[in-house]
Write a protein that binds this ligand. Structure first.
Ligand code: AMP
Length: 496
């Protein structure tokens, strides 16, 4: 079996690895470390939680330790970009651990923290700067750092950076980073825009793939509850109550929804906390710290927490709301089954969510096994006014993308036979103001008030034109004309 020592790592680093408790390299580490040490570009596709940070971090640190010159004021030697504040802080923390005993300056900069302090720290330069794209550009605009000598660039969780709209920052950055450099690009999924990003930033990258793109961690048991019109909050409460000793992340679509759901769970006696964009950085840090320490057993999160956050021991991930972008499902459920552990991913699917589930299953190349309920039929979907769904019989005929095919149950093919595709237009649709307390399937549509002279015709209301109201309308318009004539006459006689 290959050990860390066989990968070309120095003794100093081997000690750090031992101190971190790693005995053997993970598959991505085994493949990436020698290539990164050799200075080549890497396009890394790996499941979440597989040890990506050490895969790029260890060789990066070793190469930096070999440099004799000291880093200059405001100089950034290597730059690591990650989509979220939490991930940035986590990467920096891991790297500091691996680099213990060296003199490397490892800094992290994120939004929501004091920019003046960050500028002050950057005065002494950084061997490694870990940053969110937005804060990096703010600091660059203030001349707080020099990016023209960056010779290693790491883009971590690149697909989420694109999902979060950082493409313009990245394009801008590609023009600023002029020095010849090594670029390492990591992503758990590989949609076409990532291939384009790789072309823009990389030179003949070595592609490393430890699991097919979009494939979820093998040790995650996935299940879906088709919950029809049941109250989702009650349903979640019951699920959580069944695993009182479990550690769970619950994903909600909106910030407000996540906060409300957390409050409902706390009121019900669960030790829950929340992370989402409406919280300050300090509040987010506290929530993560509480969850890590076990003070909170349930973390209700929006997708800001879906990627990269490494909290060991998460036993369950609940998709209270299914994600609108199927790739995000893979990242969400990757919060469990980390570092070789096992975990469960439980999704709730209402008839109105069926198109989202179908997209996820298409990406996974399998139907998610049913935990309870029945997969909605075409009629159900129509009844609830949901978006049409591609037939899941695709999984049988083998049109799913790569990966294992798993016929979850005989019901898997009993899906809606719609023709539409839940594509980009649907994904970009506005997020609803969501109320976790609403009784599912009972959301009433607003209708105009029915007045005496209205009659129902088909689905809408039609103004009835009767001889009597025709007469009233004529009288009204005659009165209005008379009033207008009066005003005009007054204007004529007014002295100028
Ligand atoms: P990452 O994918 O980098 O977020 O790492 C996920 C988790 O795996 C972290 O808790 C790491 O500390 C841990 N880890 C990384 N490499 C190894 C290894 N070779 N052996 C055991 N655990 C590891």
């Amino acid at each position: 079996m290959t050990g860390f020592a066989d990968l070309g790592l120095d003794l100093a680093l081997l000690k750090g690895i031992e101190a971190a408790g790693y005995h053997n390299p993970s598959p991505i580490q085994e493949k990436a470390i020698p290539i990164v040490l050799g200075g080549k570009d890497v396009l890394g596709l790996a499941q979440t939680g597989t040890g990506k940070t050490a895969a790029f971090g260890l060789p990066l640190i070793q190469n930096l330790m070999a440099l004799e010159s000291e880093v200059q004021s405001r100089q950034v030697r290597s730059l690591i970009l990650a989509p979220t504040r939490e991930l940035v802080l986590q990467i920096a923390e891991a790297l500091k651990g691996y680099a213990k005993g060296s003199n490397l300056r490892i800094l992290s900069v994120v939004g929501g923290a004091s920019i003046n302090m960050q500028m002050k720290f950057l005065l002494k330069g950084a061997d490694i700067l870990v940053a969110t794209p937005g804060r990096l550009m703010d600091l660059h605009e203030r001349d707080a750092l020099l990016l023209d000598e960056v010779n290693v660039l790491v883009l971590d969780e690149a697909d989420q950076m694109l999902d979060l709209g950082f493409i313009h920052v990245l394009r801008h950055l590609s023009k600023i980073l002029t020095a010849p450099r090594q670029t390492l690009l990591f992503s758990a999924t590989m949609p076409a825009p990532i291939a384009k990003l790789s072309k823009d930033f990389q030179t003949q990258p070595v592609r490393i793939e430890v699991a097919p793109a979009g494939k979820t961690a093998d040790k995650i048991t996935q299940r879906v509850h088709y919950i029809g019109t049941q109250n989702r909050v009650d349903f979640l409460r019951n699920c959580l109550a069944e695993h009182m000793d479990g550690v769970s992340v619950v994903f909600a679509r909106t910030k407000r929804g996540a906060e409300k759901l957390k409050n409902v769970l706390v009121e019900a006696g669960f030790a829950a906390t929340s992370v989402h964009g409406n919280k300050s950085q300090a509040q987010r840090d506290k929530a993560i710290a509480d969850f890590k320490s076990g003070a909170a057993k349930i973390l209700v999160a929006t997708d800001v927490a879906a990627r990269g956050i490494d909290i060991s021991g998460v036993s369950h991930v609940y998709n209270y709301d299914l994600p609108e972008v199927p790739e995000i499902y893979v990242h969400r459920i990757g919060r469990t089954a980390r570092a070789g552990a096992e975990g469960e991913a439980v999704s709730f699917c209402r008839p109105v969510d069926m198109h989202l589930l179908a997209e996820i299953e298409k990406l996974l190349g399998m139907a998610i096994p049913i935990a309870s309920g029945e997969r909605p039929t075409a009629e159900d979907i129509k009844k609830y006014g949901a978006k049409p769904v591609r037939s899941a019989s695709n999984f049988r005929s083998g049109s799913g993308r790569g990966g294992q095919r798993q016929s979850a149950s005989g019901k898997a093919g009993r899906s809606a036979a719609g023709t539409g595709r839940a594509g980009a237009s649907q994904r970009s649709s506005k997020k609803e103001d969501w109320n976790p307390l609403e009784v599912e399937g009972q959301k009433k549509k607003r209708r105009p008030k029915k007045s005496a002279n209205e009659t129902e015709q088909g689905t809408g209301f039609v103004e009835r034109s009767t001889p009597s109201n025709k007469g009233r309308q004529v009288k009204k318009s005659a009165k209005r004309s008379a009033a207008r004539r009066k005003v005009a006459a007054k204007r004529k006689v007014r002295p100028t």
